[in-house]
Design a protein around this ligand. Structure first.
Ligand code: FAD
Ligand code: NAP
Length: 335
């Protein structure tokens, strides 16, 4: 089995991991990125991206990620394909083990494994993803200007998404499975005060209904969880906002995670609870979850790693002094 050794090991190849790689490579750290099952990350699963700065025309998510990969390689990053199945953070250098047994050894580690939206798990939902069903209002809300939209969920994310969507749509419906929200009170107050939003309580989604030309979402079949009565909610767009799952399974018990299993970092830095391990992007951010914020925190992680190594190097005794010290210890032992 091969052993891949680097000063800066990066786990994940979305905007966070690749931005960390670009900064790390330009700092001379010769990073290795282990890409995982989704090279390029979540943006490779979407089409139009209109909010990543620097492009006046609409760009495509997969294209943007190819460009980031090419840029990372051009400045000296090694991109390796593997899925990491085990991590040892108990001592430095840190050691990660890939699916096929390869070892990835890093003096520092940047974790950029992202998060995945939770979905309802309906076949019709899967079929309509990208055709009217989305899990990101900030990303896709703009495409529903002047149209009817629904948001599914009752937490902070759902309420924030509903409020955000009123910037584009005059007709927003929040659909929740119970008759009360778990979102913070202040958000609830804003939601209930907004004339563009109505709320449907106690509704379970049965089916996302497609139709029309070109084929897109036309509505939702729902069932009342109290009365059992079925009904249909016409809509052009549905935003599923029932939570996210950060990819932190590998780190449970090895790093401090918060109550929702996101990696905790020291505020204003990418530093985790283990010195030399840094986290960036959606795996540590449950609020913003954007490509640009992932890229920004990726930059922070690489700069923090570089400073960590520089600080450590400044504390290592000069080789001559080290030899002198060993000589002294040897002569004391002989005596
Ligand atoms: P991710 O992009 O999730 O990348 C995670 C990486 O970690 C992947 O490469 C994966 O393979 C790797 N990985 C995970 N586990 C392992 C493992 N065990 N071993 C090795 N590798 C591993 N944001 C915008 O700003 N604008 C948009 O228009 C937009 N549209 C979106 C549309 C969709 C459909 C989705 C799902 C998201 C969208 N987003 C958008 C959000 C954006 O994609 C994310 O915020 C961003 O990708 C997060 O970047 P990341 O690098 O933190 O993680
Ligand atoms: P969340 O708090 O877990 O809420 C998920 C919501 O989805 C709940 O209302 C839940 O219903 C509903 N839900 C879950 N599974 C469902 C299913 N299968 N069918 C229908 N509905 C389902 O998730 P979140 O809103 O994404 O928030 C996650 C964390 O991030 C929270 O800690 C939140 O406070 C934080 N956050 C903070 C901010 C902020 O501070 N501004 C913004 C966003 C998120 P029930 O209520 O019935 O369980």
């Amino acid at each position: 089995m091969a052993v891949h050794r680097t000063r800066l090991l990066i786990l994940g190849s979305g905007p966070a991991g690749l931005s960390a790689a670009i900064y790390g490579a330009r700092a001379g750290l010769e990073p290795i990125v282990v890409q995982g099952m989704q090279p390029g990350g979540q943006l490779t699963t979407t089409t139009d991206v209109e909010n990543y700065p620097g492009f006046r025309e609409v760009i495509q998510g997969p294209w943007l990620m190819e460009e980031m990969q090419a840029q990372a390689e051009a400045v000296g990053t090694r991109l390796l394909w593997d899925q990491v199945v085990d991590v040892d953070l108990s001592q430095r250098p840190f050691r990660l083990t890939g699916d096929g047994g390869d070892a990835y050894v890093g003096d520092t580690l940047v974790i950029a494994t992202g998060a995945q939206a939770r979905w309802l798990g309906l076949d019709s939902e899967e079929a309509m993803k990208g055709k009217g069903v989305s899990a990101c209002a900030t990303c896709d809300g703009f495409f529903y200007r002047g149209k009817k939209v629904v948001v599914i969920g009752g937490g902070n994310t759902a309420v924030e998404e509903a409020l955000y969507l009123t910037n584009h749509s005059p007709d927003v419906t929040l659909i929740h499975r119970r008759d009360s929200l778990r979102a913070e009170r202040i958000l609830q107050e804003r939601l209930f005060a907004n004339p563009r939003i109505r709320t449907l309580w106690n509704k379970r989604i049965e089916r996302f209904v497609g139709g029309g030309e070109p084929a897109g979402l036309v509505g939702l079949d729902v069932v009342d969880t109290v009365t059992g009565a079925p009904s249909h909610v016409p809509t052009d767009g549905a935003f599923v906002a029932i939570g996210h799952l950060p990819a932190t399974e590998l780190f449970r018990g090895k790093l401090t995670l918060d109550e929702d299993n996101y990696i905790e970092v020291e505020p204003g830095t990418a530093r985790t609870s283990v010195p030399g391990v840094f986290a960036c992007g959606d795996v540590m951010d449950k609020v913003y979850r954007q490509a640009i914020t992932a890229a920004g925190t990726g930059c922070m992680a690489a700069l923090d790693a570089e400073r960590f190594l520089a600080h450590e190097a400044s504390r290592v005794p000069e080789p001559a002094a080290e030899v002198e010290e060993q000589e002294r210890e040897r002569s004391i032992a002989a005596w």
